[in-house]
Design a protein. Structure first.
Length: 870
């Protein structure tokens, strides 16, 4: 199947990338049908996914676009007056072309703009040609297409479907407006423009607006060779913004009235996101006149709130306000909204969320590029993480927050033209221009000062309006003058010196670094969780680390090995570290069976259910790692009274419910009865007065009890029966099994009599707490002592004890009664106080976790699978 190690490694990288994207996106990541079932994934499926990812990244198309065909062909290019060799890519809604020579020519034809697709006569000069005509009266000639007939047929089918799904009305009253569709939208302010109207003088204001506020053009995007970004913003705006503008117009036309509806639904709502938006509104380009009045602020509020309502997974993140402000300067409000959609969901994926994983990945890629492109700087600065941290704002705000606005808009222009590649190469150009100062810096703070001074003195000599004061100028009082750099020169240098990186190379680097970044992020999360939990438990840090790995692995296996279920509620990065990963009852039951010291045979899964209900205090059917560890800490390291209290709570509501599946099962063996005496004989002739010991212990416990602690409710007879069954199951296969059975039989008899005395006292009006004084001690009879004969001869009872089937109304025992009774038996005290080895449990759990899951999956055909059957 595999020819060499490189091919194997490539497949492993693809599988890892699929897994990581699922972790990053949770329910938002849609796998291809061939990748839905892990056991059915093939090499062809992975190759198809990789090709789809490259196609969407190269042409910056929506994630929903599925690639249908890739064909070698040639396209007539008027600027070179010849046919340019390349490849045609066809998808659900687009016909795209990319030249074989990188950067020579790229074409994106939305099918909604295509009027006709026709076959031409086949000749020796024009073999297998087709003509694609679009609404703006342009035509594209493709030749040398194999399987031309089937290609045209499939394209016409999709073209018909696209036109049926997304009809667009055009205003043809003026020829000059043929390229500007009229969208009938319910947007409240779709005609508001901010393109420098307030910052230009009244003279020639219309001309200035036309220069600085270009329309978004829906026709095909055709990019030809350009002079390395040296043109000014105004002369390149149509070409520079055509790519995202085209997608924005396509989205706008496909969703008429969508933005207006979002505005109506979202405005007036008050939540954490809207509070964050309101806080940042007046921090968005405050130096620009357009946002010094309510008109601009209101438009910005509507766009940000509407997007947060559209995509609650992202909601609102800092730096979105700055980017949206600039978009509003050069586009209508509704167009700015769809441009924001394109940036957040396509051009900068995973940037705008709580963890900003996308920005961290690109910072890691940027570090690698620094080592490759600027080796001298990398040699001097051994730790490049400082530069990566400084450059975080470059990527998050596209230089808008650290560069004068009139210069930064040129950077945004390049970003819309070439994607993230433009930010990488511009960042390298900035570092190269300041290499000498950075090499001479003594610490990170001085390096930050060097870069900030340089960026603050980047000017745009071709800006159509007057310079806007910069709110990020940190060094306005510096005595030493700083040389001014023209943004056009800086962009030209970035293209000439660092423009050789292709989209494919950057995407491959992103794939590699995504693994490292997420691994580092998960390790950081793990250490933060341990730091929070360690002070509150007695488990050793190394054992706690193993428990965290088991807990997280159980969550991951549920994501990948079970039927698709919503995992986002169980993994929420916005929650505190110790609560980010959560597991449900089924996952908890598996972990309980693996690591709990209280294994009870067939009773284990029932005890696990009750433990989960007890820990799920907010009743959301999920528990976090901290609660899981706190429970185990009591089981392994707690004092006897803490362990008994935990067991007690596991057998009263809410842990024990009326419909508990084990609560109705009868106890068969008539081992115990309430006629048992409270004074038992010993082999040496001495007697033990349990009544006196019990009364004294209850008094001692009452004195020691924390007055602030909430008193636990008393246990009914039904709950007490379940409590005894659990203890009986816990003693099974213990080395001291026989002694434990005898001891628990004695304690159970004692507690039953205490409960009956309390019941009689309650019915006669006496205080149940004084009922113990009414107990009468009597000498044991030979028949009564004979019930332990089997235990004394080494044959312990094989069934749980039986209890009288009498009315349970009013029968209760308290935690203090139970604890004091258990303390009368040394074998029980030894059992609960003996040290437990968690390390061996953890070692076995690591070995058996996958096998337990595999066995369970093999039995999923059963409607109700019990872990005790595994």
């Amino acid at each position: 199947m595999f020819l060499n190690l490189d091919e194997v490694f490539k497949i492993m990288e693809q599988l890892a990338d699929v897994a990581l994207r699922r972790l990053l996106d949770n329910e938002g990541f849609d796998l291809d049908p061939g990748l839905q079932e892990p056991s059915q994934i093939t090499k062809r499926d992975l190759e198809a996914r990789a090709q789809n990812e490259f196609f969407r990244a190269f042409f910056r198309l929506p994630r929903r676009e599925k690639l249908h065909a890739v064909l070698d062909c040639s396209l007539w290019t008027p600027f070179s007056r010849c046919h340019t060799a390349g490849r045609m890519f066809t998808s659900d809604s687009y016909i795209c072309f990319a030249s074989k020579e990188d950067g020579c020519c790229k074409v994106i034809l939305p099918l909604r703009e295509v009027v006709s697709i026709e076959k031409m006569e086949d000749t020796s000069l024009l073999p297998n040609p087709i003509i694609v005509s679009i609404r703006s009266k342009m035509a594209f000639q493709f030749i040398e297409l194999r399987d031309r007939d089937s290609l045209v047929e499939s394209l016409l089918t999709r073209l018909k479907q696209v036109h049926a799904d997304h009809p667009v009305r055009y205003d043809t009253s003026r020829d000059e407006d043929m390229t500007s569709p009229v969208f009938h939208s319910t947007s409240m302010c779709s005609d508001h423009r901010f393109g420098g109207l307030e910052m230009v003088s009244s003279q020639n204001s219309e001309e200035r607006e036309k220069e600085t506020s270009p329309r978004l053009h829906p026709e095909a995007l055709v990019t030809a060779p350009r002079q390395s970004g040296s043109q000014s913003l105004d002369s390149r705006m149509v070409g520079g913004w055509a790519l995202p503008g085209e997608h924005a117009v396509t989205d706008l036309a496909a969703h008429p009235g969508y933005y207006g509806n979002l505005v109506e639904e979202s405005m007036g709502r008050c939540c954490l996101v809207t509070e964050e938006i309101e806080r940042d509104l007046h921090r968005s380009l405050p130096e620009h006149p357009a946002f010094q009045n309510e008109t601009g602020i209101a438009a910005l509020r509507r766009v940000l709130t509407a997007y947060a309502h559209r995509n609650p997974k992202i909601g609102y993140c800092q730096s979105m306000n700055i980017l949206t402000s600039v978009l509003l300067l050069y586009a209508k409000e509704e167009e700015a909204f769809w441009l924001l959609v394109a940036v957040c969901e396509r051009m900068l994926p995973d940037y705008f969320n709580h963890r900003v994983i996308g920005a961290q990945v690109d910072q890691s890629v940027f570090e690698e590029l620094i080592r490759e492109q600027l080796p001298e700087l990398a040699e001097h600065m051994k730790d490049l993480s400082a530069l990566a941290s400084i450059s975080l704002s470059w990527f998050l705000t596209l230089f808008l927050s650290i560069m004068p606005l009139e210069s930064a808009v040129n950077v945004v222009d390049c970003f819309f033209y070439d994607g993230i590649k433009a930010i990488f190469q511009l960042g390298l150009a900035v570092l190269e221009a300041n290499a000498q100062g950075l090499c001479g810096s003594r610490d990170d703070g001085q390096a930050l000062m060097v870069l900030s001074r340089f960026l603050d003195h980047i000017k745009n000599e071709d800006s159509p309006g007057p310079p806007v004061s910069s709110h990020h100028a940190f060094f306005s009082d510096d005595q030493e003058p700083c040389p001014v750099t023209d943004i056009a020169d800086l962009i030209r240098d970035s293209y000439e010196k660092f423009g050789d990186q292709s989209v494919a190379q950057i995407e491959h680097m992103r794939c590699r670094h995504r693994i490292r970044v997420l691994q580092g992020h998960e390790e950081t999360t793990k250490q933060n969780v341990l730091r929070v939990v360690i002070p509150e438990v007695s488990v050793l840090p190394e054992d706690l680390e193993e428990l965290y790995d088991l807990f997280k692995r159980e969550h991951m296996m549920s994501c990948y090995w079970e039927q698709p279920r919503p995992v986002a509620p169980r993994h929420d990065p916005s929650r505190p570290y110790a609560e980010q990963y959560r597991i449900d009852a089924r996952q908890f039951a598996r972990l309980f069976q693996l690591v709990s010291p209280w294994t009870c045979g067939a009773h284990t899964d029932i005890l696990a259910e009750r433990t989960f209900r007890l820990l799920d205090d907010n009743m959301d059917h999920l528990i976090e790692f901290k609660a899981f560890v706190s429970c185990l800490d009591i089981m392994y390291n707690g004092e006897m009274n803490e362990k008994i209290k935990l067991l007690y709570r596991l057998h009263i509501p809410p842990a024990l419910t009326e419909n508990d599946r084990d609560s109705q099962s009868p106890l068969k063996n008539p081992l115990l009865s309430t006629s048992r005496p409270l004074v038992l004989g010993k082999s040496n002739g001495d007697t033990i007065d349990y009544q006196k010991q019990l009364k004294q212990m209850i008094k001692d416990l009452a004195k020691e009890k924390d007055k602030t602690e909430k008193e636990l409710p008393k246990m009914s007879q039904r709950e007490f029966i379940q409590f005894c069954k659990t203890l009986y199951s816990m003693f099974h296969e213990d080395p001291e099994e026989n002694d434990l059975y005898q001891a628990i039989a004695t304690v159970t008899t004692l507690l039953l009599q205490i409960g009956e005395v309390g019941q009689r006292g309650s019915s006669s009006g006496s205080c149940s707490q004084e009922g113990g004084e009414e107990l009468q001690a009597s000498a044991p009879s030979p028949e009564q002592d004979s019930v332990f004969a089997d235990a004394d001869t080494g044959k312990g009872p094989q069934e749980p004890p039986a209890f009288p089937e009498e009315a349970q109304g009013g029968w209760t025992v308290s935690l203090e009664h139970i604890l004091a009774s258990l303390l009368t038996e040394q074998s029980l005290v030894n059992f609960f106080e003996k040290p437990l080895d968690i390390k061996s449990k953890l070692e076995n759990a690591k070995i058996n976790q996958y096998s337990l899951k595999t066995i369970e999956m093999s039995r999923q055909s059963q409607p109700e699978l019990k872990l005790s059957d595994l």
